[in-house]
Design a binder for this molecule. Structure first.
Ligand code: IDP
Ligand code: MG
Length: 132
């Protein structure tokens, strides 16, 4: 059954003009783009999007990073989209991400790691509703 997930291209990647390459990789991996928009998070929006991490020590710098430039939100559809997009994205730390993954190719650091992807059906539903 087809499934939907939410991807973000983060400010480090848009600053480097990587959005075209990232979208191309996503399409070549078999995902369909059902909706897409570019926006600039304000502080309250970034805090709300990453609310699950509000107690973490990386939360403040994460919010500062995510409000530092434009992001692109993409609604993706494919069989097994959530898990398959997480695999395409690679591990949180680009240094530990597998060869060929988006974070390996385009990420810089554990914080500035180019892309986001929903991690469960519940969160995919919430994150899709956040943008679309
Ligand atoms: P994920 O994006 O791979 O699902 P999460 O643990 O949900 O990883 O963390 C959300 C985002 O917070 C990461 O993508 C990254 O930008 C940032 N982050 C996570 N852990 C760290 C850390 O240890 N140091 C700095 N930033 C972090
Ligand atoms: Mg996560």
């Amino acid at each position: 059954m087809k499934e939907q997930t939410l991807a973000l291209i983060k400010p480090d990647a848009t600053a480097k003009r990587y959005e075209g390459k990232i979208i191309d990789d996503i399409l070549k991996a078999g995902f369909e783009i059902k909706a897409m928009k570019m926006l600039h998070f304000d502080k309250a929006e970034a805090e709300r999007f990453y609310a699950v991490h509000k107690e973490k020590d990386f939360f403040r710098p994460l919010v500062a990073f995510m409000t530092g430039g434009p992001v692109i939100a993409i609604l993706l559809e494919k069989e097994n989209a959530i898990e398959d997009y997480r695999r395409l994205m690679g591990r949180t730390d680009p240094g530990k991400a597998a060869a060929g993954t988006l974070r390996k190719k385009y990420g810089e650091t554990t914080r500035r790691n180019a892309v986001h992807g929903s991690d469960s059906p519940e969160n995919a539903k919430k994150e899709i509703a956040f943008f679309f």
